[in-house]
Ligand binder design. Structure first.
Ligand SMILES: Cc1ncc(COP(=O)(O)O)c(C=O)c1O
Length: 392
């Protein structure tokens, strides 16, 4: 029997950089007096129709394997929703799979389409998994800076300069985690033209779609010429507060989804039957079930933004959606991790350093409104007191 050693490990997987959040958790240890502006877990519970469907599923005791790609009725429901609300034509048989969250969808799509040596354009700061999954596939992430001075809107000259003969795709989320921005319809149209001009696939993560607060959401995959090159990821984790149920979906070009399905079968077999029942109920939720959730987060985000914006020597791009703002505190500390730890230790408020979203997040903190209204207010107040003290 050989001793386990590094040569037995796939180097692409070994090279995946993991979060450095341990330093934050360590600073939090033993403290029950902290106000948490870092959490990604919302303070509300799932809508009642979803809970009811789950109870029914449990009572019936039906827990067999399902169709590998999700209940037929669920895929049909997603297809109908995409057609009606997202203006996306995705056939339930060959263009959609139900996944164990967007996270699993991203992996199976990226692993199915990227080859070692391919380059993947990631506007950055970015959601960490886009970078990690690219590396897991042996492909090369190419980060293109989103400038705060340009309201985190992509600069098309910079994007074009990042394209090479090896470029395969561009990956982004809209609304954006961690930046809080929602790109305009014009920006999405320009991105669609850019993808077509350079023959790129587009992977768009719309997990925060229901939290678009600055106008009507637009799916880039619905734009002319985009259906055959776009994978659209969506889910129920944020919209219906079903994070722990691990259920989402991906819609993509059937010719490519054919291969994605094989990998999905290998890694998941099928999504959880209870979560699928919950997702079906989620699709049937009405605006009366969902508007209170959206309004709750919209109000907290607006409050957070207004208070942060008023801080001396702190800049903050106005959020258009999601649960986040991404203010710049570099006037007070050039290192985001050091500043985040100081905030825990000296101000009793937890935030995430912008560097958790790539090195281009240096100088920024990501603040979220997932905690209760009272905790968010307390966190802001502590931040204000601390900043005013530093500012003198
Ligand atoms: C941008 C983004 N995409 C995907 C996910 C994960 O989604 P899911 O729970 O559907 O796997 C998250 C979770 O925070 C996220 O912020």
């Amino acid at each position: 029997m050989h001793q386990a050693n590094a040569s037995m490990i796939n180097p692409d997987v070994a090279a995946i950089p993991m979060s450095k959040r341990e330093a934050i958790w360590k600073a939090m240890e033993g403290r029950n007096d902290l106000a948490n502006l870092a959490s990604g877990n919302p303070d509300m519970v799932m809508p009642e129709p979803v809970r009811k469907a789950m109870r029914k599923q449990v009572d019936e005791g039906y827990a067999r394997y399902t169709d590998y790609y999700g209940f037929k009725e669920l895929r049909e429901g997603i297809s109908g929703m995409l057609a009606q609300d997202w203006s996306l034509q995705a056939n339930s048989e060959d263009a959609i799979i139900v996944t164990c969250g967007v996270q699993q969808g991203l992996y199976v799509v990226m692993r199915s389409i990227f080859k070692p040596g391919d380059e993947v354009i990631i506007p950055s700061p970015h959601y960490g998994t886009y970078y990690q999954n690219t590396l897991a596939c042996g492909a090369k992430p190419v980060l293109v800076p989103l400038a705060e001075s340009g309201n985190f809107v992509p600069d098309f000259e910079r994007l074009a300069a990042a394209v090479s003969a090896k470029s395969r795709a561009i990956v982004f989320c809209n609304p954006n985690n961690p930046l809080g921005v929602v790109w305009s319809h014009q920006t999405l149209k320009s991105l669609a033209e850019f993808a077509q001009a350079h023959d790129l696939l587009v992977l768009v993560d719309e997990i925060y779609r229901d939290y678009t607060f600055n106008g009507e959401p637009l799916s880039i995959g619905s734009l002319p010429g985009m259906a055959q090159r776009t994978f659209t990821f969506g889910g129920f984790s944020k919209s219906h507060l079903m994070m722990g149920l691990r259920i989402g979906f991906v819609a993509g070009p059937p010719a490519l989804m054919h291969t994605v399905k094989k990998l999905h079968y290998c890694v998941a077999l099928c999504p959880s039957v209870i979560s699928q029942a919950a997702a079906q109920a989620a699709l049937a939720c009405t605006d009366a079930d969902l508007a209170p959730i959206r309004n709750h987060f919209a109000a907290k985000l607006d409050h957070l933004y207004r208070r942060i914006k008023a801080l001396p020597s702190v800049s903050c791009v106005a959020p258009g959606g999601s649960f986040y703002v991404f203010p710049n505190f570099s006037r007070y500390d050039s290192d985001a991790m050091t500043f985040a730890i100081r905030l825990i230790e000296e101000a009793g408020v937890v935030t995430l350093p912008g560097t958790e979203f790539g090195k281009l997040g240096q100088g920024h903190l990501r603040l979220s409104v997932c905690a209760t209204e009272a905790e968010v207010s307390e966190g802001i107040q502590r931040l204000e007191t601390f900043i005013h003290k530093l500012h003198g």
